[in-house]
Design a protein. Structure first.
Length: 139
């Protein structure tokens, strides 16, 4: 759900404030949007709320029935909503205490562990290192 932040890469890409996102998510849910949909990257609305540092959206999604057994799963990059909130993302890692607290509280209430191997943070500007090429045969 784009209104929750899914499909954006950081909070500054959002067109509005968190309170506006809350209202947009409410409207979409009232219109029948699937709160538990998973996109091609393995992200859910809860992942989007974590990317966008939106603890109010996290709380709304939980209140409206976002299934922790679905959103607890890592996306293709290895990020769960908690790991994303903790800053384990490949772009501008920014841990956010209120979002971490909101997601942690939901996970613990659902009996889901907050432990686990965090994904490696990869600098999006870092150039891939190419393996050395074998020497040319002597002529």
């Amino acid at each position: 759900m784009a209104a929750a932040g899914l499909g954006t890469t950081e909070p500054l890409e959002e067109a509005g404030e968190e309170t506006e996102a809350v209202e947009a998510v409410k409207m979409l849910l009232d219109l029948g949007a699937d709160i538990n949909i998973v996109d091609n990257n393995g992200d859910t609305a809860m992942h989007g709320a974590a990317y966008n540092i939106s603890p109010l959206v996290v709380k709304l999604l939980a209140e409206r029935g976002a299934d922790p057994q679905i959103w607890k799963n890592p996306n293709k990059a290895g990020g769960t909503p908690l790991f994303i909130a903790e800053g384990y993302i490949s772009r501008l890692p920014r841990p956010d205490a209120p979002t971490i607290e909101a997601i942690t509280k939901l996970m613990l209430a659902a009996g889901i562990s907050t432990e686990g191997e965090r994904p490696k943070i990869v600098d999006s500007y870092q150039k891939a290192v190419e393996p050395p090429k074998p020497p040319e045969p002597a002529k």
